[in-house]
Design a protein around this ligand. Structure first.
Ligand code: DSN
Length: 483
């Protein structure tokens, strides 16, 4: 039995024992878990929104907190018996406030979309609901007359939001119509300058002056440059909008003090949302930071918008945020950007076309139309060669959001694994080799498919072997031996 074998490290014993216990109930689940770590060890993971959480973070999620209901907030729950949940939720919020210098932190959101919904409804609560209650002279919505309630519901539905366009690098929760944010708000998008690919603050200001949104959303999931949040706040203030920043992608760079001054959203935004599992390297989940004026509204997130909190995940957020507060996390965050720049330079020198011509953050967006491919074809071809990426729209993408013309790659995960700038250049070479050897497959009805590709199996196998060789020098979870 592995757990009694003293030759194994504490981490190995912990994970081996967990798998043994699971295998005793449903072996296929244990096998899938073991297979997942094997896949992750073998693949070059370049998905910009993924990372490798520490063993401490992973282990914190598998415990008795999972069994507890804890609706409400610390010290004010709708359920009894929450003293231990209170401890970990308060710890997570304290660490979050300390790491990000925020006045208030709400660590209950289960995901990024949940965090954004909490933020939207907090602003609606503060700026639409509270004035309506005051005007009617009542304390809560149940006390409104039917007529006033109907008016308030209509007012909720008539608010405006200005967010970054999806194909400019924004996120679907920033007002994209298929998402609830696009259905809740009268939404308008700001894009990027067609020549430079950069945010055009003058155009944004003009649009805000004309549209007068309640909320301006800044933040991105596929924009390879920095956003000046001081300017964004100036624009928001000028038009009476609340500035919300979704820093899900770059929270690790903020925590690690790579993004400071005008590029740190926390001092400039009224409300900041994030996931905790991307560059921040925590458990899968979300979080909201805000100024004091919004705190009471944000704290109503559950049950206003969210189901019961996940105490085991809040505990893991506390552990991850404790890690993010350590000096070595700043070294890690800087290395993410150094690696991203090296990857971009490696691609550029091999002739690849990059959106904005490079990067200042953790991600690079390759316009694969210069290889004669759609994003979908490039993504699948790279996977054939053991390189995991995801396709993404480029600005004014002629192939739409499904096939796309881009491949988004990011360095948070491989930087966690220990790879550096020399390896990034090598990886750029592997990507260029695969894309250069791939072509669009002929379509059944003539012409070429947008979905299917042709890649010589020998090239795919050679690159996969090179990737495996590269990764063998950087073992993933070296303390975890499952053999
Ligand atoms: N799906 C995430 C990403 O990959 O960027 C954002 O929600």
């Amino acid at each position: 039995m592995a757990a009694q074998d003293t030759a194994y490290s504490t981490e190995s014993i912990a994970f081996r024992s967990a798998l043994d216990v699971i295998r005793g109930v449903e072996p296929r689940v244990a096998d899938a878990i073991a297979s997942e770590i094997a896949d992750q060890r073998e693949m070059l993971k370049l998905i910009a929104s993924e990372n490798y959480a520490s063993p401490a973070v992973l282990l914190t999620m598998g415990n008795w907190f999972s069994d507890k209901y804890a609706e409400g907030i610390v010290g004010r729950r709708f359920y009894a018996g929450c003293r231990n949940v209170d401890t970990v939720e308060a710890l997570a919020a304290e660490h979050a406030k300390s790491v990000f210098g925020a006045a208030h932190a709400y660590v209950q959101p289960h995901s990024g979309i949940d965090a954004n919904l909490v933020a939207f409804w907090s602003v609606l609560s503060q700026r639409v609901e509270s004035p309506a209650l005051a005007k009617a002279g009542v304390r809560q919505v149940n006390d409104l007359s039917e007529q006033d309630w109907a008016q308030l519901r209509a007012d909720f539905g008539n608010q405006r939001m200005l967010g970054m366009a999806l194909d400019a690098g924004g996120h679907l929760t920033h007002g994209f119509r298929p998402n609830i944010s696009g259905k809740m708000f009268d939404q308008r998008s700001y894009g990027t300058d067609p020549q430079t690919g950069l945010v055009d603050y003058d155009a944004l200001r003009e649009s805000a002056r004309e549209f007068r949104p309640l909320i301006i959303v800044a933040g991105y999931s596929a924009y390879p440059r920095l956003v000046n949040f001081r300017i964004m706040r100036e624009i928001a203030d000028e038009v009476g909008a609340t500035l919300m920043v979704d820093m899900a992608h770059f929270a690790g760079l903020v925590a690690g003090k790579v993004l400071t001054g005008d590029f740190d959203p926390v001092p400039h935004a009224n409300i900041v949302t994030t996931t905790t599992h991307k560059s921040l390297r925590g458990p899968r989940g979300g979080m909201v930071l805000c100024d004091d004026s919004l705190a009471e509204h944000v704290d109503r997130g559950c049950p206003m918008v969210l189901g019961g909190p996940l105490p085991h995940v809040m505990a893991a957020k506390a552990v991850a945020l404790a890690e993010a507060g350590r000096p070595e996390f700043a070294t890690y965050a800087q290395a993410i950007v150094d690696n991203s720049r090296a990857l971009a330079e490696g691609l550029l020198k091999r002739g690849a076309k990059l959106v904005t011509g490079g990067t200042d953050n953790h991600l690079v967006l390759i316009d694969v139309s210069s290889y004669g491919l759609t994003g979908r074809q490039a993504e699948t071809a790279l996977l054939d060669a053991g390189i995991v990426t995801n396709r993404n729209s480029v600005p004014q993408d002629p192939n739409g959001a499904w096939y796309t013309s881009g491949i988004r790659i990011g360095t948070p995960a491989l930087t966690t694994r220990g790879l550096g700038t020399a390896e990034m250049d090598e990886i750029a070479g592997l990507i260029d080799t695969v894309l250069g050897a791939t072509s669009a497959a002929p379509a059944a009805k003539g012409g070429f498919s947008k979905a299917h590709h042709v890649l010589d199996e020998a090239v795919a196998a050679r690159v996969a072997a090179q990737a495996a060789e590269l990764l063998s020098g950087f073992p993933l979870y070296p303390g975890v031996d499952l053999t």
